[in-house]
Design a binder for this molecule. Structure first.
Ligand code: ATP
Length: 218
């Protein structure tokens, strides 16, 4: 069985997360995707919603899908002041589950392009495969030649390889293009614009009830 982790800030979770993940599951025959909310994203501004609120929105968004569950290992109290480095999370997952099980980490094309800024990025494949979802506005080919070389060395388009090998491959998925970002959603809400079509109705209701992302808090 190929286990998949889908890391993110999810501030808030939106259809740009859910739709590509659902399509990816179909494409690769994944039966479980574990959403992995970070506490302190190392590479971007700190979340506006607090950890409990982001977690609550995740739970609401996935309530109707048996495919998804939430892995809270990056939210553990002992990690309260530490940036959530993916490599450390993968090591912790391997300590818990051993080295033989196939593990994949899902990310969008934007995250792939930013990989050279990640801690020990070239070691990520020692612990998992990377599954890359398309994202509009981000080039398929990296400018960074070291990254491109690394991708070329580890590329596969064979789903069986991902299921059979525990780690070590990069797969570009044929997922739908969803022009949605959490930044745009937060900005729209702050500007009193509707985002109903960009996220699940339950999450939209939660944002309203808790007056999230609204600088005026009106
Ligand atoms: P922000 O706008 O706050 O930077 P975001 O919308 O990019 O947030 P994150 O929670 O940071 O959302 O993203 C988590 C993961 O989901 C990342 O790997 C990111 O590339 C991927 N992702 C987010 N939105 C999309 C999208 N529209 N299409 C494909 N992948 C996406």
């Amino acid at each position: 069985m190929l286990t998949a982790l889908f890391g993110g800030t999810f501030d808030p979770i939106h259809y740009g997360h859910l739709r590509p993940a659902l399509a990816l599951a179909k494409e690769l025959g994944l039966t479980k995707i574990n959403l992995l909310p970070n506490r302190i994203p190392p590479h971007k501004p700190q979340p506006e919603a607090n950890t409990e609120q982001r977690l609550a929105m995740l739970q609401l968004a996935i309530a109707d899908y048996s495919l998804f569950s939430v892995d809270t290992r990056e939210l553990e109290p002992k990690l309260i002041n530490q940036p959530s480095f993916t490599i450390d999370t993968l090591k912790s997952w391997r300590q818990q589950n051993g080295t033989q099980q196939s593990l994949a980490f899902i990310m969008g094309q934007d995250s792939l392009l930013s990989l050279p800024t990640w801690k020990e990025w070239q070691k990520l494949l020692d612990y998992c495969h990377l599954l890359i979802c398309k994202r509009p506005g981000y080039a398929k080919t990296p400018c960074d030649s070291k990254l491109q070389q690394w991708i070329n060395q580890h590329l596969t388009q064979d789903s069986q390889t991902l299921h059979q090998c525990p780690n070590g491959y990069i797969y570009f998925a044929n997922t739908p293009l969803e022009a949605i970002s959490a930044t745009e959603i937060r900005q729209n809400i702050n500007n009193q614009q509707s985002c109903e079509k960009l996220l699940s109705p339950k999450v939209w209701q939660y944002i309203h009830e808790n007056r999230l992302y609204n600088a005026k808090k009106c």
